[in-house]
Design a protein around this ligand. Structure first.
Ligand code: HEC
Ligand code: HEC
Ligand code: HEC
Ligand code: HEC
Ligand code: HEC
Length: 173
């Protein structure tokens, strides 16, 4: 092959690889700043901030289970059959649409741990750890953003500071 063809092919190849890599990093859920667009433009600032709805009103398993839980469409509907919304009524209509079709809202998970790590909300909440210590000021966010990386050092440091168990098997069963 002549150089005239080879160079454009090479450039195209490099550009393709670079954009795939860039996109992968952008989608990578374990990075700080990860804030995926959700199926409904749900704002914690409006709900937990401006309207002071307690976190555990919606995430009601946090104090009794390993997961915090994401509220069902029923929870949204209980309020939004009446609250039609003044800033973003179109988004509320979408919520009612899921309710009518009896479909769950396919929320995208923001905070995630690798499956080989054992974590429990209950134990932390029972010890008085606030949601914000681990998740940041969620009540100020219009879209949830991952502000902590959840690496091992972060978990272990807090365990040492609080006199909690830091044996390997506590988190790796
Ligand atoms: C305890 C009552 C309550 C619950 C539960 C609730 N909301 Fe809301 N929501 C409100 C209030 C109050 C507003 C502000 C309405 C306004 O300012 O006009 C609001 C606003 C909104 C808005 C913006 C609409 C606008 O025009 O401001 C959307 C979208 C929304 N909620 C979606 C949801 C979803 C999705 C759920 C379930 C995960 C949910 N809400 C659960 C009370 C609630
Ligand atoms: C009205 C219901 C409601 C209230 C009140 C609420 N949340 Fe949420 N929360 C949701 C919904 C719905 C989602 C999923 C959509 C999203 O990520 O925005 C969510 C997602 C989250 C997530 C990301 C979960 C993940 O990994 O995908 C965190 C963390 C969280 N909430 C923490 C809080 C904290 C802390 C508070 C109190 C300051 C709070 N929430 C109050 C409904 C609520
Ligand atoms: C000690 C740190 C810590 C505290 C305190 C904490 N969380 Fe979490 N949260 C996590 C971790 C770690 C995950 C990811 C768990 C996983 O992927 O297995 C998570 C995941 C979540 C999720 C995603 C869905 C789920 O249940 O896994 C929600 C919602 C959530 N937290 C809400 C809350 C709320 C609300 C509070 C306060 C009542 C809270 N968290 C307190 C560390 C914490
Ligand atoms: C804000 C401080 C803090 C952070 C951050 C934290 N922990 Fe903890 N964790 C504690 C405390 C305090 C306890 C002790 C609770 C008790 O004694 O009941 C604990 C207990 C636990 C337990 C239960 C221990 C047992 O004996 O069964 C597990 C599992 C755990 N943490 C995992 C994690 C993981 C995984 C992370 C990181 C993703 C993490 N923790 C981050 C403070 C923290
Ligand atoms: C308080 C919780 C906690 C304790 C205690 C803990 N780990 Fe971890 N570990 C984690 C978390 C969270 C991750 C995943 C995040 C990461 O890779 O940093 C992890 C990841 C790992 C990995 C995979 C590393 C990688 O780069 O993928 C290994 C191996 C590991 N831990 C070994 C250990 C050993 C050995 C001990 C005891 C000396 C230990 N862990 C104690 C929370 C813990």
């Amino acid at each position: 092959m002549s150089k005239k063809i080879l160079i454009p092919i090479l450039v195209l190849f490099v550009l393709t690889v670079a954009s795939i890599a860039g996109y992968t990093v952008y989608q990578y859920p374990f990075r700080i700043g990860y804030a995926p667009e959700q199926p409904i433009n749900f704002s914690h600032k409006i709900h937990a901030g401006d309207n002071n709805i307690p976190c555990q009103f919606c995430h009601l398993y946090a104090r009794r289970s390993i997961v915090a839980g994401i509220p069902s469409v029923q929870t949204c509907y209980n309020c939004h059959k009446l609250v039609t919304g003044t800033k973003n009524p179109e988004e509320v209509k979408k919520v009612l649409g899921y309710w009518d079709r009896k479909q769950p809202i396919p929320w995208i998970k923001v905070f995630d741990l690798p499956d080989f790590v054992h974590f429990s909300h209950k134990r932390h909440v029972a010890k008085g750890k606030t949601c914000q210590e681990c998740h940041g000021p969620i009540e100020t966010m219009d879209r949830v953003e991952r502000i902590t990386f959840f690496n091992m050092g972060w978990c272990v440091n807090c365990h040492r500071k609080n006199g909690a168990d830091d044996d390997c098997w506590v988190c790796h069963k």
